[in-house]
Design a protein. Structure first.
Length: 730
């Protein structure tokens, strides 16, 4: 061992030159000159560190370190071994994406340079679905809404925020480019790695597009990441606001034939002589309008069965007269106006306005979130959007409310036991942990959710709470009961427990609207389709009272037309809500519910006696039993018909009756009735109805514009723009 060490020391001594004082002086002088050049140079950047700036500098520094070590030659070998180990560790890949050091990747396609930062763990966003950041995010319940007419701000409680823009070239983009361009995310820490001059210039241009000041999003910016997203990538949506009038048509996305809807035939024109009575259940669902909007923004015409005209009409709030709650929980208004598409017929407009009790007086809520976590929910516009939507709902709850979470995939399970809504961190943590995978055991999920809701009611003991299951799914049940009729029987039985069922639909491709409608209609609940975070805010924040707090159950409408004045009639919409005449007085027959502040609108197109618009020939063997004298009541003449409504107070088993005549002279048609007629025309144009004659898109748009009204939330302006887009859709 000693001999080997001596030979090594001798070799090192021979390899090391003897000190040379002249060489040392020359090296010091050269170093001083170089230092002076750097300090005084206007062209070179002054180094901020003495670290080597490139790989060559690394080896130079290592050699300098070895040459300057003042150790005995016997230790040089040991130093070399340590240095070799240091090099092996240093050259291993370093994960610059680990917080807080986070690099921004620059991806270059053929024409698009896109910054694609990875999510930062400490950062908190509204779409922070992976649990990153502080989950106790205070999301305001109100945003800034502008009067579409005056442009003035109604109220402002939410900071203006926006999604950063991505530079996209003009011209036709490839699928890869389009998908990459949609991947808008928040900018993060930049990487300091050197880049070439031309690449640095392009990088700077891309970064400038991210550095735009925060501003309000248009609806198209909110919709684009979800609507028309073929890859399923979701964008970061940080400003929650209701739809705005600024809509931009986006690239056409092929329709999704896998979506299923309940088939129905549009209501025909009926003869008053043979069928004078019309009976139906009210409908406050809004799912159809949101689905239609999604299809139009994708550049497609929605399939006919997806267009339920009453849901399109009832999507909008209307300014009807407030009710006298001492008489009924809702008011009823009736008016007669000229049919926009036929000068020889009239429209009978029926409007219902639900009472708006003070929020401080509302009952506590027992909510069970029943969440579909099956494999079909993996897409970005399904489970990720679902979790964001429930986060919004939490901002509307009070400490007296309770929340539980049940999920179902291959089997059902409770992931959150009943918890006070004040424990937002705990609830949000349970939501953030959800992931999609497995088959869809919808039946098991419903059974467990109802059982948990019933337990919550028993534990409360006061009996004044409202129990509600909120089912969030794409409706694709494939384990257990999957037949709509069997599910109908199941929720009908559970309806007797007093627990309400609301349904929120998500996604496309295998969206089962027929299943959703079956569950909502027979579970004493409502159905909505959530296609954007803005729609989630409308349903679960802005109109949460109507969605969660019922004021009237089993509301039915029956109209008897006067054959002396009306020859024919046609109910516009409500095809899936039709009831038999005898069902009106049968309190065991289920009907729709009205929530706090809800408005309900129904339209009949009626043909007066003697009008050239009559479509049915007179019967050969019919007996004329009516008088030629007009029906008269007081100072009002020409009674067109008689309106009756039945409803139950929540928890009651017997119904109440409201009656009012429909007079021809009641022609004080408001702007609200005219706008409802415009939306009815919109729906009929989408389905290719045959009752509009030569009336078309231009007329529908003009009528909607003239009757838009105050439009605080911008919903009506959005509808007008959708009509304009739908006009260009083949």
């Amino acid at each position: 061992m000693t001999d080997e060490l001596d030979r090594l020391k001798s070799a090192l001594s021979r390899a090391t030159p003897a000190p040379n004082s002249d060489a040392r002086a020359r090296a010091v002088a050269a170093a001083a000159e170089k230092f002076t050049d750097i300090q005084g140079s206007p062209d070179a950047a002054r180094p901020m560190s003495d670290r080597p700036q490139n790989a060559g500098g690394f080896w130079t520094g290592a050699k300098h370190m070895l040459n300057s070590i003042g150790l005995r030659p016997a230790l040089y070998a040991t130093s070399c071994i340590v240095m070799a180990g240091f090099v092996m560790v240093t050259v291993q890949p370093f994960d610059f994406t680990t917080p807080p050091m986070q690099a921004k990747r620059l991806e270059k396609t053929d024409e698009v340079l896109v910054a694609t930062p990875k999510p930062t763990a400490p950062r908190t966003r509204l779409d922070d679905t992976d649990g990153a950041g502080d989950p106790n995010l205070a999301i305001p319940a109100e945003a800034e809404y502008r009067d579409a007419t005056s442009g003035s701000a109604a109220q402002t409680t939410m900071p203006e925020m926006t999604v950063p823009k991505v530079t996209v070239p003009k011209g036709k983009a490839t699928k890869t480019e389009a998908d990459t361009a949609r991947a808008r995310t928040l900018p993060t820490v930049q990487n300091n790695a050197p880049v070439s001059a031309d690449k640095k210039e392009r990088q700077q241009a891309s970064e400038e597009s991210f550095a735009l000041p925060l501003q309000k999003q248009t609806l198209s910016e909110q919709l684009a990441p979800i609507v028309g997203n073929e890859t399923g990538a979701v964008a970061s949506i940080v400003r929650i606001a209701p739809p705005t009038p600024e809509l931009d048509i986006i690239a056409r996305v092929e329709p999704t034939p896998g979506d299923q809807f309940t088939a129905f035939e549009q209501n025909p024109v009926k003869s008053v002589r043979t069928e004078p009575v019309s009976t139906f259940s009210i409908d406050v669902d809004t799912a159809s309008y949101a689905y239609v909007r999604r299809a139009v923004l994708n550049g497609n015409r929605p399939q006919a069965d997806a267009v339920r005209i009453e849901e399109m009409i009832n999507y909008f709030p209307y300014d009807y007269a407030a009710p006298d709650v001492s008489e009924a929980p809702f008011s009823t208004s009736v008016s007669v106006l000229q049919t926009p598409w036929n000068p020889d017929t009239k429209l009978v407009h029926i409007g219902i306005q639900g009472a708006k009790p003070a929020l401080d007086d509302r009952q506590p809520l027992n909510l069970v979130f029943l969440i579909d976590t099956s494999g079909s929910m993996q897409a970005a516009n399904k489970l990720p959007l679902l979790k964001q939507s429930f986060r919004l709902l939490l901002t509307s709850l009070r400490p007296t409310d309770q929340v539980a979470i049940v999920t179902y995939a291959g089997s059902a399970g409770t992931v959150l036991e009943p918890t006070s809504a004040s424990e937002k961190n705990k609830i949000l943590d349970s939501l953030n942990r959800l992931s999609a995978g497995g088959s869809t055991a919808g039946q098991a999920g419903l059974q467990q959710a109802y059982a948990l809701a019933e337990d919550m009611a028993r534990d409360d003991g006061n009996g004044d709470q409202i129990g509600r299951v909120i089912l969030a799914t794409d409706g694709d049940f494939n384990v257990g009961i999957s037949d709509p009729e069997r599910l109908k029987s199941f929720v009908e039985d559970k309806r007797e427990t007093g627990v309400y069922l609301s349904v929120l639909g998500f996604g496309d491709g295998n969206y089962r609207d027929d299943m959703m409608q079956t569950l909502a209609q027979n579970g004493n609940g409502t159905a909505a389709y959530i296609d954007t975070l803005a729609e989630a805010q409308k349903v679960l924040v802005d109109q949460v009272s109507g969605a969660l707090f019922p004021i009237a159950n089993d509301v039915k409408i029956q109209v008897e037309f006067n054959p002396a004045q009306i020859a024919e009639y046609r109910l516009i919409g409500y095809e899936t809500r039709a009831l038999n005449r005898e069902d009106f007085n049968n309190d065991k027959v289920d009907a729709g519910e009205i929530g706090a502040g809800h408005t309900v609108t129904a339209l009949y197109e009626v043909t007066p006696v003697g009008s050239p618009a009559i479509k049915n020939d007179p019967l050969r063997y019919a007996t004329e039993e009516t008088s030629d004298q007009p029906t008269s009541v007081g100072n009002d003449t020409l009674e067109y018909g008689y309106l009756k409504l039945r409803y139950k107070d929540p928890g009651a088993s017997r119904s109440n009756l409201i009656e009012t005549p429909i007079f021809q002279t009641r022609t004080d048609a408001t702007r609200e009735a005219s706008f409802a007629a415009a939306i009815a025309g919109f729906g009929q144009l989408l389905t290719g109805a045959t009752y509009l004659n030569d009336w078309g898109w231009d007329e529908a748009i003009a009528l909607a514009q003239s009757s838009r009204g105050q439009d605080v939330f911008g919903y009506r302006a959005e509808a007008i723009r959708l009509m304009q887009l739908a006009q260009s859709v083949e």
